[in-house]
Every structure is written in structure tokens, then in C-alpha cells.
Ligand binder design. Structure first.
Ligand code: G6P
Length: 367
């Protein structure tokens, strides 16, 4: 199949821009818009007996899993264990009967994740696979195939697969909650409405591309960059740092905002840009107070928030990136856009090979 870059300079940029469409496509398979219900594309599978969830993945897919842990706990009230596949497969994880193992993988072929799947199967777990390639090994070996409909992803740094994974995992969390009697009809309707808003909000986020490009030069000049977030924005901070590392080769670290005082704060000076991901919501004030600790030490903060958040806390930042105001449920999908675009424009400013970064492979099929 011949896949073109269209009008875009790189596959990565094209794939970032495809997100409103592919997330909508993915959600269509998991939401009944008319009835305002969540559904899974698996007939006759009883989720109500699931007592525990284990999530295993690598790279960007692992960060999608980290976001999902918050959702499974919040909506379905089930305990969730999560690990990177290369660690999971060599420890002695305790997997009791009635457990659901969720592997998340764009390719469906990552060697460590596949080994983790097989290990969990030997321990009697039910296996769900959130994969983008429906003919992949993981898709074939799983009990439940939960496809993302992102279409082929060519850029080595994963973008649209991530947002589609989040869409599937949010729907799965809601389905699990429903099966366990933890979701009343009104709440289910609200979740469907929020998720259905994601494509339009992703479009609105893409409209800020130029302002993100305009500030890429500041980040491109840095040697180290710190990303901070709380709650579901913590995995986003990790993902933002990963994207920047992967394609611009700048050292970057993602940290839970509240954990900064236990170490990374020692690194803060006016040479280390700090990207703060803080949508309006219950954790906003907490993250802003961590941001102020950075500013008090002459740290250069770039705040990514919505208009209200930026009005409330934007003073003293070297730059702000405005996002549409969204419900906290879809914030991780929408805020993926600015972190992806920022990494992209920094890499372009540095002149690196965006689609084929050095030393990295799209799919790691050896251990
Ligand atoms: C490689 C890719 C990443 C990807 C990771 C996991 O490292 O470069 O973009 O997130 O593998 O791949 P998977 O196909 O399992 O999602």
C-alpha cells in the first residue's frame, strides 16, 4: 500500500493532523451515539467477573496504559497493576484467577509485550489486546481484540496510535464499570458525550500549531527539558519528554509535578525549560503551585492550559500554549497534540530526521 505524506513535510506531522478523524473512527466502534451507550466490538463477553486488571506495554503505548489506570480505578473501581513489558516478563507478578490482562501495542508485534501476553496466558488470565494492526500476532493470540482504527502509522515516533489507544481504553473502562454495575445511565451518557467531543477538541488543539512552532526555538536551544503534570497529565508529561528525546535528541524528563521537590527541583535554573501540563480541573491549583516553585528558582516555564488556566496562572511564564477547554476525561487525548507538535517543531528546528530518528525502530521485534 502506498501511503503518501500529502501536503505535509513529514509523516509524523501528517499523522498528528489525522488525529481528529482517526479518533472519531475509533470511537465509532465503541460508542452508540444515538443511544448514548458504550459498547465493545466483542459479542457475548462478560466483563462483570473481572476482578483485577494488569496492563503491560512498551514506549508510548505504555503511557497510554498509565492514563488508563486512572480511568479503570475511577470508573470501574478495580485494582490495576501496570508495568513495562520488559520488566513484567522477568518479575514474578501475582496474577489471580479472574484477572484481565490488557496489552497495548501499535504494531501488535513488540517482542517484550508479546512475551508478557504469553506469560499472562500461562497464568490463566483473560487477554485483551488494544492493537492497531488487526492481523498482528497479538491480535491473533488475544481473547478480546480491541482495535484502534488509526490506520497505518509510518513515523517512528507514535502519535495517532496513542490518541486512538486512549479512546479505546476510555471506552473499555466505561464498559467495565457498566458491567460491574458501577456506572448509572446518566453517567454513561455523560461519558459518551464527553468522548464524542474529542474529535472537535483535537481539531481546536491543532489550530494552535503556529503558536507552538513560534516557541520551538527556545526549546531547541536547551540541553535539558523537564515536563511536569499530575493525574492523567503525569503520563502525558512522560510522553512529552519521550517524544522530545526520540526526535530532537534533547535530554528530557517527565515527572509527577508533586514529586519534583524530591529531586528534579535541584536542576532548576534559567537554562532548563519546564513544560507544565495543567488543564483546568480538580488538580489545577496543585500543579500551579508546583509551577510557582519552579518560577521562584528562575525556571523558565511554558504553561500548557486552557484560556481560564492561563488567565489564572500564566504570569511569569516564558510562553503559554492555549488549549480548548475540555472535560478532564478527554484532556489526555487533547493535550497529546501540543506535546507532539512541540517535539515535532523542535526536531525540525534542529534539523533531525523526524520520521526516522537515529537508533530507533518503529517496531521492536527482538528482545
Ligand atoms: C518502539 C517505537 C515506539 C513505540 C514502542 C512500542 O519503541 O519507536 O513509538 O511506542 O516501540 O511499540 P508498540 O508497537 O508495541 O506500540
Amino acid at each position: 500500500e502506498l501511503i503518501s505524506k500529502g501536503n505535509h513535510r513529514h509523516y509524523m506531522l501528517k499523522e498528528i493532523y489525522e488525529q481528529p478523524i482517526v479518533v472519531a473512527q475509533t470511537l465509532r466502534a465503541y460508542l452508540q451515539r444515538m443511544e448514548e451507550q458504550v459498547t465493545l466490538p466483542i459479542p457475548d463477553f462478560d466483563l462483570s467477573a473481572i476482578k483485577r486488571v494488569t496492563i503491560v506495554a512498551c514506549g508510548t503505548s505504555y503511557y497510554a496504559g498509565m492514563v488508563a489506570k486512572y480511568w479503570f480505578e475511577q470508573f470501574a473501581r478495580v485494582p490495576v497493576d501496570i508495568d513495562v513489558a520488559s520488566e513484567f516478563r522477568y518479575r514474578a507478578p501475582v496474577m489471580e484467577e479472574g484477572g484481565l490482562m490488557i496489552v497495548i501495542s501499535q504494531s501488535g508485534e513488540t517482542a517484550d509485550t508479546l512475551a508478557a501476553l504469553r506469560h499472562a496466558r500461562s497464568e490463566g488470565q483473560t487477554i485483551a489486546a488494544v492493537v492497531n494492526v488487526p492481523t498482528s500476532t497479538m491480535a491473533r493470540e488475544a481473547d478480546l481484540l480491541l482495535p484502534t482504527h488509526a490506520g497505518p502509522e509510518i513515523g517512528v515516533a507514535s502519535t495517532k496510535a496513542f490518541s486512538c489507544q486512549l479512546a479505546v481504553l476510555a471506552a473499555l473502562a466505561a464498559n467495565l464499570a457498566k458491567a460491574k454495575g458501577k456506572l448509572d445511565e446518566a453517567e454513561e451518557r455523560r461519558i459518551v458525550r464527553h468522548l464524542a467531543e474529542a474529535p472537535a477538541s483535537l481539531n481546536a488543539a491543532l489550530a494552535y500549531d503556529e503558536s507552538i512552532q513560534a516557541m520551538a526555538g527556545v526549546i531547541a536551544a536547551a540541553r535539558d527539558v523537564l515536563y511536569l503534570g499530575r493525574g492523567t497529565d503525569y503520563p502525558l508529561a512522560l510522553e512529552g519528554a519521550l517524544k522530545l528525546k526520540e526526535i530532537s535528541y534533547i535530554h528530557a524528563e517527565g515527572y509527577a509535578a508533586g514529586e519534583m521537590k524530591h529531586g528534579p527541583i535541584a536542576l532548576i535554573d534559567d537554562a532548563v525549560p519546564v513544560i507544565v501540563i495543567a488543564p483546568s480541573g480538580p488538580l489545577f491549583d496543585k500543579t500551579v503551585s508546583n509551577m510557582q516553585e519552579v518560577q521562584a528558582r528562575d525556571g523558565k516555564v511554558v504553561l500548557i492550559s486552557d484560556y481560564d488556566g492561563i488567565q489564572a496562572a500564566g504570569d511569569g511564564c516564558i510562553a503559554t500554549i492555549t488549549m480548548p477547554k475540555v472535560h478532564p476525561l478527554i484532556a489526555p487525548l487533547v493535550y497529546a497534540v501540543p506535546v507532539q507538535l512541540l517535539a515535532y517543531h523542535v526536531a525540525v528546528a534542529k534539523g533531525t530526521d523526524v520520521d526516522q530518528p537515529r537508533n530507533l525502530a518503529k517496531s521492536v521485534t527482538v528482545e
